[in-house]
Design a protein around this ligand. Structure first.
Ligand code: GLC
Length: 412
């Protein structure tokens, strides 16, 4: 399978196209006394490149534990499939892995308990809800790495131009603003302009978007915390019909094949008034090559009525495979990479937001990203996908959900 082609100890260059050029030291054959670890990372945006730099830093400082970072599939759904395949083969090819916030329950049986390696102290400053999420039957199977929540990015310049005093708080308002701005920009000659872009492909990201529509319409969380299937209700149905009505009107027909980066590409080029995305998009949107630099902000997502709104809770953890031959060295590396200094650097450079409460008061960080403290209320109110209630079958539940939502969106 894919994993056999990504061995660190092999002299040959990895054949897997998804694998990234590893630093020369990491690709070298095993040396006596040196532990070689493989770390599988990935995700949209600049996060991976930054993590590669951090790994290079680690390798320079730790000649006895050398880490080879490889790039997993961008889509969380595909990444889950790859991990499962590796675990089912009980393969020791992967030592450390990035674990989505929804996976601890599904993958716990294949993951090492960090409590055996000083995990309890390491998570003392992490948001308790994330630590609880990562604890399965008393075992801490993931170290919080960064957290995530859905946001509504909007063009401050265009809101002003069309006379809107602030971002929408309801879906009705969003529709009205998106349509007005789209009509105006097209009339001025930009035929590629769209009102609202989001993630409509049939994958985990669609579960996140659709949960936001459903939950913010008072339609529940698909499966309730006490394990009752609740998705069959009128509020949920209406919210999906509403999303269907956007397509071809304020959202491009191609939105049903968008993941995070496809929607960001439209936004980044200055061709969307609104975008639903995660915090990683903030730093990229503010970058020099962005058409929207200095012209945007991010706000909580709207709801069906004022007062109702929802951000799906996302985020990633570091986990260690139970089949790793070097769990102790892997834990050392993971504790460092998930640590406060490393999280601060990640937030500063690529706006992946910390799981450490103290960093939300870090002066340097807050000065660099004033939006960071504004994330706190969003995170507090964020809605969790029903991964705890449905574990170890969350992935299956989500697949059924996003496939059916996709059928609605594509008119089937
Ligand atoms: C982000 C979130 C993750 C979610 C994924 C869906 O990476 O952090 O929780 O599953 O997006 O695309």
């Amino acid at each position: 399978g894919a994993c056999a082609r990504t061995r660190t100890r092999s002299r040959a260059a990895p054949a897997e196209p998804a694998a990234t050029e590893a630093p020369a030291e990491a690709a070298a054959p095993a040396t006596e006394g040196v532990v070689n670890l493989t770390f599988i990372s990935g995700g949209p945006g600049a996060g991976l490149d930054f993590t590669k730099q951090q790994v290079a830093e680690w390798n320079a400082a730790n000649p006895d534990i050398q880490v080879n970072i490889i790039e997993g599939p961008n889509s969380a759904t595909d990444r889950f499939g790859l991990y499962l395949q590796t675990f089912q083969a009980q393969s020791s090819d992967i030592d450390v892995m990035e674990i989505d916030v929804i996976w601890p329950g599904d993958l716990a049986e294949h993951l090492v308990d960090f409590n055996e390696y000083g995990g309890a102290d390491a998570v003392a400053d992490d948001f308790p809800a994330i630590v609880t999420n990562n604890t399965v039957d008393g075992r801490l199977v993931g170290l919080p790495f960064f957290t995530d929540a859905g946001l509504m990015y909007y063009r401050t310049d265009l809101l002003e131009k069309y006379g809107f005093s602030g971002p929408p708080t309801t879906w009705d308002e969003l529709e009205e603003m998106a349509q007005t701005i789209q009509d105006g920009e097209r009339a001025e000659g930009n035929q590629d302009f769209w009102g609202f872009v989001w993630q409509g492909l049939a994958y985990e990201g669609l579960t996140c978007n659709a949960l936001e529509w459903v939950y913010s319409s008072d339609g529940g969380t698909i499966v309730s915390p006490d394990k009752v299937i609740t998705i069959n209700n009128d509020a949920a149905l209406n919210s999906l019909d509403r999303a269907y009505s956007w397509i071809g009107k304020i959202s491009p027909p191609g939105v049903t094949s968008f993941k995070e980066e496809e929607s960001r590409a439209v936004w980044h080029g200055g061709n969307a008034a609104f975008m639903r995305n995660w915090p990683y998009a903030f730093s990229l949107s503010a970058a020099e090559d962005s058409a929207v630099a200095g012209k945007f902000d991010a706000a909580p997502l709207p709801g069906a009525e004022a007062g109702l709104s929802a951000a799906t809770l996302g985020g990633w953890q570091l986990g260690i495979s139970k089949y790793s031959k070097n769990p102790e060295a892997a834990a050392k590396f993971a504790l460092w990479l998930a640590g406060t200094e490393s999280q601060k650097a990640r937030a500063m450079n690529v706006s992946l937001i910390p799981t450490k409460a103290s960093l939300y008061q870090d002066e340097e960080l807050v000065t660099a990203w004033p939006f960071l403290p504004r994330m706190l209320p969003v995170l507090e109110k964020a809605v969790a996908r029903p991964s705890t209630a449905t574990a170890p079958q969350y992935n299956e539940v989500s697949n059924i959900f996003f496939s059916n939502v996709s059928d609605v969106l594509t008119g089937k």
